[in-house]
Design a protein around this ligand. Structure first.
Ligand code: CA
Length: 218
């Protein structure tokens, strides 16, 4: 689970990050609105937490631009402005939840978990592992286009993360009979995928299990 927290108050950002990570939620912090928007548009997060009053671009504007660009990541808005009106306004604009400052971290964690449990937020055609998001309908990995075969290999690896996926399995599944004995097919595709992982700054990597196959690890 990975969340983005856009917050300019350094002390608060650090405290929340610390608490979320204790709960096993990887937390990236952006300190201003522009940086926050750029990171949110990468669509690698399970949830985005937006402070409203931010330098350069407000949380409200980030939310607006995310939804304009069809980024459907769940958003929790935070604000010291606790008026009911402000809350309604943001929920109307596509926020999933709203929390008034000051808040207890436990409350924020509970809200994040509640949002991630909503079945409507989970897309069938998406596979997630570490900071990777593979969209099976478009074969894009964190927004980068893969070839059909690269995509199929990633589907196999991401469907069984941290488990050995044998070369034979990949060959049979992706190349069928024409793949028999052609281990080098798999190797060359794996090396291309590794380059892609590097390019998108993936934390996950493909580990070679000697003469057996591969494992996707974080
Ligand atoms: Ca602020």
């Amino acid at each position: 689970m990975r969340v983005l927290y856009v917050e300019d108050e350094e002390f608060l950002a650090d405290a929340v990050k610390h608490n979320l990570e204790k709960q096993g939620i990887t937390t990236d912090v952006a300190r201003d609105g522009e940086e926050g928007l750029e990171m949110a548009l990468k669509e690698i997060y399970d949830c985005v937490i937006l402070d409203i009053m931010l330098p350069k671009l407000s949380g409200t504007d980030i939310l607006k631009r995310m939804r304009e660009k069809k980024v459907q990541t769940p958003v929790i808005m935070l604000s010291a402005l606790s008026e009911v009106e402000s809350k309604i306004q943001h929920l109307d604009k596509g926020a999933d939840d709203y929390l008034a400052k000051p808040f207890k971290t436990a409350e924020l964690v509970a809200r994040i978990k509640a949002i991630l449990r909503r079945p409507s937020e989970i897309k069938d055609d998406e596979l997630r592992y570490s900071n990777l998001v593979l969209d099976k309908s478009t074969m894009t990995l964190n927004g980068e286009q893969l070839t059909a075969k690269e995509g199929e290999i990633m589907v196999e690896l991401m469907s069984a993360p941290e488990k050995l996926v044998s070369k034979e399995h990949l060959l049979a599944k992706i190349w069928g009979e024409e793949g028999l004995g052609e281990d080098n097919y798999v190797e060359s595709y794996i090396s291309r995928i590794r380059k892609m992982l590097k390019k998108i700054q993936s934390r996950a990597k493909i580990t070679t299990v000697r003469s057996l196959g591969y494992k996707l690890t974080d």
